[in-house]
Design a protein around this ligand. Structure first.
Ligand SMILES: Cc1cc2nc3c(=O)[nH]c(=O)nc-3n(C[C@H](O)[C@H](O)[C@H](O)COP(=O)(O)OP(=O)(O)OC[C@H]3O[C@@H](n4cnc5c(N)ncnc54)[C@H](O)[C@@H]3O)c2cc1C
Length: 344
């Protein structure tokens, strides 16, 4: 297993911001994980896990804790369950987007709307990754983890992971490192129903339609590209974490008020009613491309924060604060950051 010291973390994140890791271990082969556990025996805290760094902001002074970058790959189609769903085992470092494409090629549906989301599959339970009507919790059955508190391997049932709207037990604790995941998917020629207007319009079908999964994924990619939500190289807004804030939950009176103003207010699978964070940012008076702090601005195509040359973690945090305060002042809704902070 390869361990390096004083490694810059910025190139390992999509924001490209942040200082070095005092130590960085890279896990490519799952068989090498016990060696890493042995290395960690004197560490008082669990490691900081890193996948593709697409949802993190690393502090300018970097990270003093050991960092474990998970780069294992591979999927294995297992047998079918009694209800006909097919079990698929995925290594934690496997790219989510590649997984979605591989499942579509296998004729398995349930994750096609997640096309284009960057990052590793192992990070998906952390914030119960979701988009366009599907969430990882819809198909995730169980996870193989290393439990740093108990010092042993464990299999966690997905139902025990408190998977909610962009949250789970993993979002609040570094106790577990996800090693592999087991999904249950349906073999079908048609996708799950299209529940987002933008995707339905792209496909030119009514809401609720089911279409070939490859077409659903293509439509999702087109919609995402329009909003700069696909990391294409050469894209001016590519230094991003996607959404920086959760879509905040609102009560009925606020939901009614916001709907009257034309806000996209939706019901989510966990029963919550939420308003789009990007709509709130726009409503608060921020324009596309608006500069916020040195090297940090609003994206040129979507109401989220992106980084340019000269950006620092301190500047990014300050920009988050500026947006948060102005949105609260102008709309009365409090935003909460979705990204995870590594280091100071
Ligand atoms: C352009 C863009 C679009 C995006 N669109 C969406 C979207 O539509 N929906 C959505 O939900 N998210 C979206 N995201 C956010 C991001 O892609 C997801 O959160 C993704 O799951 C992060 O994966 P990662 O491998 O990059 O994780 P990282 O950013 O490396 O890590 C994220 C968190 O997970 C932890 N972690 C990582 N791997 C493990 C592991 N094996 N075990 C335990 N903890 C681990 C890290 O410690 C950290 O707290 C988007 C991001 C970008 C840049």
């Amino acid at each position: 297993m390869h361990v390096s010291y004083g490694v810059p973390l910025a190139p390992l994140t999509t924001l490209g911001i942040g200082g070095p890791a005092s130590s960085l271990a890279e896990l490519h082969d799952p068989a090498e994980f016990p060696e890493f556990v042995r290395e960690m025996r004197h560490s008082p805290t669990p490691p900081v896990c890193l996948g593709k760094g697409s949802n993190v902001l690393v502090g300018d002074r970097g990270c003093d804790l050991p960092v474990l970058r998970i780069a294992t790959r591979g999927i294995r189609i297992m047998g079918a369950m009694d209800d006909g769903r097919v079990l698929v085992e995925v290594q934690a470092g496997h790219s989510l987007w590649e997984l979605v494409t591989e499942l579509i090629d296998e004729g398995l549906v349930g994750m096609e709307m997640l096309a284009g989301i960057p990052g590793t599959t192992g990070a998906t339970p952390v914030q119960n990754v979701g988009a366009y009507g599907q969430e990882v919790s819809d198909t995730l059955r169980s996870l193989e983890v290393w439990d740093w508190k108990l010092g042993r391997r464990a299999v966690l049932d997905a139902n025990a992971c408190a998977l909610g709207h962009r949250t789970s037990v993993f979002k609040k604790s570094r106790r577990w490192t996800v090693l592999s995941l087991l999904f249950a998917l349906c073999r079908d020629e048609l996708s799950t129903p299209v529940t987002y207007r933008s995707v339905a319009d792209e496909l030119d079908v009514p809401l609720g339609s089911r279409v070939p999964p490859a077409e659903a994924a293509e439509a999702v990619l087109t919609v995402r590209r329009r909003k700069g939500m696909v990391l294409d190289s050469g894209e001016p807004d590519r230094r991003s974490t996607g959404s920086v804030f959760f879509s905040p939950e609102v009560g009925d009176p606020m939901a009614t008020k916001l709907r009257r103003l034309g806000a996209p207010v939706s019901r989510f699978p966990d029963g919550s009613t939420r308003v789009s964070a990007s709509w709130l940012i726009r409503q608060a008076g921020f324009g596309l491309n608006a500069p916020l702090t040195h090297g940090v601005r609003i994206s040129s195509v979507h109401y989220t924060l992106v980084a340019d040359d000269g950006a620092s973690a301190a500047g990014f945090r300050e920009a988050v604060g500026i947006v948060l305060r102005q949105v609260l002042h102008r709309t009365g809704v409090l935003l909460t950051p979705e990204i995870d902070f590594i280091g100071e």
